[in-house]
Design a protein around this ligand. Structure first.
Ligand code: ME8
Length: 505
């Protein structure tokens, strides 16, 4: 089966921050997990480089828009590498191939009769690049998201007949209850549709920076349609001489709640208008907050991902974001919160379990995993190993990234209990307990191995190191079932070294 997952493409006129990293890590966890299942995966992320905010930022800095985006886009691409994302392509909406494909699709929407010329008048937020409906306007004509004054706009432009998609969208939501997830976000999208859809601007006058309308080059395509189309256009040119559209479309989109309307209403309508298939799923996650506020560079309240990664590694950051905040909900993150989880869960629960297991194989069994059977004591119960793999698959199929991590973590705790209860150090003192010691050490090695396989999607670097130490070359989840002993292991440095006593993030 093919599995296509995307992140939003990020605006390059701001600095990349943890919020951007968050969506990308979420999509990466899904992509890596699906690859481990042997699916044919394509994972896309990139940057959104057109629109007035870019022109304004460039003017302020005395640059051309192109120079500004060329300077900033690499920072986003660098962050993708720093957080360990395994994207198959990085799209920039200033790619010439993207522009050509956007024009081709927009022309099709035009030829299918879904556009007309008219006069737009209304309230516009330059930061959202969005025209606001009555319900979206805050006190004194402000943007509810950015809390800045809206601008009164009046202009000639082309419109997209969104209103004619009222009924098809209602049908789509009725036929495909999991089209938008989680359910409370689906209800939000439905509420917006049920208010009655109005036509939306498809273009802006040319003073803007963007892709010209093919039939009226005095206008550029409204940045949101240009940006949304990245998910389709990328497939047509990501691989030289190969069009991947047939193979991977439709996609699973992972987005933040701020851009729900565009992805769950405008986007499927536009695809229908172009005669393309609508997405498989749009998964809408919440905000990472610092204190009570949305974390954003402009509000100046960030947990800097690069700083965290430099000190603790990307795996610790990846883990923390999805452990601390239930994926789908809003939740607070903080430096002290990060350190507490790092210390108690990564260094102690997991890192220490891995080190102890390798040390015991080394000390008690000369570095070779003994052969024994699965211990029935570890199989059953709510936190047993039986059926674990299937449970995690099921949860990740439902985008339950935090719940699946807890499913895994319950087994980390269980293995720690197993060590305490079975006391291998006592067994090692008595020759008569040798068989029992084989059983315990084998089960610890196996337990740690299968947990490292499941954690590989979340923490690829440390899990990879641990699997190598356990002489497991396979990363596919088919390697999940019990393997016989006999492997020679290696001792490795602590996966998550303890914090220095005076350390603060
Ligand atoms: O909206 N918590 O780009 P953008 C969690 N270019 N996620 C956050 C976040 C936070 N505090 N802050 C940002 C755009 N995000 C458009 C998208 S897509 C065709 C075009 C994440 O740079 C979240 O995914 O403002 C949000 O939807 C996205 O960054 C917005 O990024």
């Amino acid at each position: 089966m093919s599995y296509y997952v995307t992140t939003p493409i990020y605006y390059v006129n701001a600095e990349p921050h943890l919020g951007h990293a968050y969506s990308t890590i979420a999509a990466d966890i899904l992509a890596r997990h699906m690859r481990q299942r042997g699916e044919d995966v394509f994972f896309l992320t990139g940057t959104d480089e057109h629109g007035e905010p870019v022109v304004q930022a460039a003017e302020r800095q005395g640059l051309t828009p192109q120079a500004l985006v060329d300077r900033n886009a690499p920072r986003f691409e660098e962050l993708v590498g720093q957080i360990g994302a395994s994207n198959d392509f990085f799209i920039r909406t200033t790619d010439a191939e993207h522009a050509t494909k956007v024009q081709e699709i927009v022309q099709r929407v035009h030829d299918n009769g879904h556009v007309y010329e008219g006069m737009y008048e209304g309230w516009y937020c330059p930061r959202c690049a969005d025209f606001k409906s009555e319900a979206e306007i805050g006190p004194h004509n402000t943007c509810l998201i950015h809390e800045i004054p809206l601008e009164r706009e009046q202009q000639e432009n082309w419109f997209f007949r969104l209103s004619t998609f009222q009924e098809p969208l209602e049908r789509l939501f009725a036929d495909r209850p999991d089209f938008v997830q989680p359910e409370f976000r689906r209800n939000e999208a439905l509420a917006f549709i049920n208010q009655g859809l109005q036509d939306v601007s498809l273009s802006r006058p040319k003073l803007s920076w963007g892709v010209p309308l093919p039939w009226d080059p005095e206008q550029v395509i409204y940045v949101w349609f240009d940006a949304l189309l990245n998910y389709v256009t990328a497939l047509s040119y990501a691989r030289d001489g190969e069009d991947l559209t047939e193979r991977f479309w439709p996609a699973n989109h992972v987005i933040g709640k701020d851009i729900l309307k565009f992805h769950t209403v405008y986007w499927p309508a536009f695809l229908l208008a172009a005669g393309l298939e609508v997405p498989r799923t749009v998964y809408v996650h919440g905000y990472l907050l610092m204190g009570e506020k949305k974390m954003s560079k402009s509000l100046g309240n960030v947990l800097d991902p690069v700083e965290v990664i430099e000190r603790f590694g990307s795996d610790a950051l990846r883990f923390y974001c999805f452990r601390e905040v239930s994926f789908g909900q809003d939740g607070s993150v903080s430096a002290p919160g990060f350190e507490a989880r790092y210390e108690s869960e990564l260094a102690n629960d997991w890192g220490n379990l891995a080190s102890r297991t390798l040390a015991m194989i080394d000390r008690y069994r000369e570095g070779v995993v003994p052969d024994a059977d699965p211990d029935p004591d570890l199989l059953g119960g709510a936190d047993g190993f039986e059926g674990l793999d299937g449970r995690v698959r099921e949860q990740l199929d439902a985008f339950a990234i935090t719940a699946a991590l807890e499913t895994i973590w319950a087994r980390v705790r269980r293995l720690n209990r197993y060590v305490e209860e079975s006391k291998p150090w006592e067994l090692a003192k008595h020759d008569s307990q040798s068989e029992r010691l084989d059983l315990v050490v084998y089960n610890l090695a196996e337990g740690v191995r299968v947990l490292a396989l499941l954690l590989h999607a979340y923490m690829p670097e440390t899990s990879g190191r641990l699997l190598e130490a356990l002489a497991e070359g396979n990363r596919e989840l088919d390697a999940f079932g019990a393997r016989d002993g006999g492997q020679r292991i290696e001792r490795i440095a602590a996966l998550f070294p303890k914090l220095e006593p005076q350390g603060t993030a």
